[in-house]
Design a protein around this ligand. Structure first.
Ligand SMILES: Cc1ncc(COP(=O)(O)O)c(C=O)c1O
Length: 368
């Protein structure tokens, strides 16, 4: 009688233990209103123009690189295009971190893929909790730089929505000079473009900036992101990237999104979302179930509720899907809400409002 062989025993130990990143799509839900992945609510209209699918694509499509370089005000050799900013995180880990020896450092609460990527490659993680107003704790960073090769700073930060103070960013860049790479994740920078750190690339050869077309460019389904860095860092990343990271249709649409018209359309979208965000902040602040609406520089808002579980579940059952942040460090009773269309914002407010009235009525019956 043969015993059943457990295939898991062949997997690397860290992969057996790994809790995968729970992306919005993996979490599921049966929604009409998707406010859990910081996407743009309406699909943009693009037509494919490249029909050469019998051929492999360029590894780094020249038009896409040139247009992104123009958009970011950089040289083409300072730009790498990849399968979303997530692939860039993975490439940085593979290029710079030696398993069992090096470490990555980041300041929770922040974007989950920094941790998952390090875990996947068996890299030590130094998680230094953010301090007041979710700013990195400089002293803690200074005291924990041993073996650190990669520091992630998300600005504006996901899920809190705040920018990292430029003085703090400078301090981190100074502390890490000649020691570690500093990756500033600017996935949401189009919502506050004046705060980009690209101008510092010329002063800091160890600075890397992550960008994406998934947010303000409304192309999360395209899977296209960018790394901005010194030509030397880009060259290292090109050593480990897959031979054909971008499908021909992806490059085709990315190139269109980065034309002058594409960029103008993106800016109009940003203006619309910023206006909806003001509306949402104002209305949420009036609701009794809401304890705090945190300021945001992005297309999402972090909200602290008196009872986040009830709000999350009730809205989930009504097909309004939010992102639960209660398990993140320091985010008890917090939910992250993507700013959707005006209509979606109104439906969201009205659903929480109805729940507030219901909860109030129950309280009054219990304690008349
Ligand atoms: C802060 C941050 N960085 C990176 C990403 C990943 O972006 P992409 O869709 O380009 O992989 C996200 C996606 O939500 C994000 O929030």
């Amino acid at each position: 009688m043969s015993t059943v062989f457990d295939i898991n025993s062949l997997a690397r130990e860290n992969i057996r233990k790994l809790i995968p990143y729970m992306s919005a799509r993996r979490l599921g839900g049966n929604g009409d209103i998707w406010l859990n992945a910081n996407e743009y609510p309406i699909a943009p209209d693009f037509q494919l123009t490249e029909n050469t699918l019998n051929r492999y694509p360029e590894c780094q499509p020249a038009t896409v690189i040139q247009r992104y370089a123009n958009y970011a005000g950089l040289k083409p050799e300072q730009v790498l295009v990849s399968r979303g900013a997530d692939e860039s995180i993975e490439l940085l880990t593979r290029v710079f971190c030696e398993p069992g020896r090096d470490a990555v450092l980041f300041c929770p609460p922040t974007y989950g893929m920094y941790s998952v990527s390090a875990e996947t490659f068996g890299i030590e993680q130094k998680k230094l909790p953010a301090g007041t107003n979710w700013q990195p704790d400089i002293t803690a960073i200074e005291n924990n730089l041993d073996h650190v090769k990669l520091i992630y700073i998300c600005s504006p930060n996901n899920p809190t929505g705040n920018l990292i103070d430029p003085t703090t960013l400078r301090q981190i860049l100074e502390l890490s000079r000649n020691r570690a790479i500093v990756a500033i994740d600017e996935a949401y920078i189009e919502f506050c473009p004046q705060h980009t750190s690209t101008r510092w690339l010329q002063d800091y050869p160890h600075l890397v900036i992550l960008r994406t077309l998934s947010k303000a460019f409304a192309l999360a389904g395209l899977r296209c992101g960018f790394t901005l860095a010194s030509a030397d860092i880009i060259a290292l990343m090109l050593k480990v990237i897959a031979p054909y990271p971008l499908a021909t249709p992806v490059a085709d649409i990315a190139a269109q999104a980065l034309t002058e018209t594409g960029i103008r359309t993106m800016r109009n979208r940003v203006a619309e979302i910023v206006s909806n965000r003001s509306y949402l902040q104002q209305e949420l602040n009036k609701l009794t179930l809401v304890e705090n609406v945190f300021p945001s520089e992005t297309n999402y808002i972090l909200v602290k509720f008196t009872d986040a579980e009830i709000v999350f579940k009730t809205l989930w059952e009504q097909g309004i899907i939010l992102r639960d942040q209660r398990k993140q460090l320091g985010l008890e009773n917090c939910l992250r809400i993507t700013v959707g269309s005006q209509n979606e914002c109104e439906q969201l407010v009205s659903a929480i409002n109805a729940l507030s009235s219901q909860t109030q009525q129950i309280k009054e019956t219990e304690h008349p």
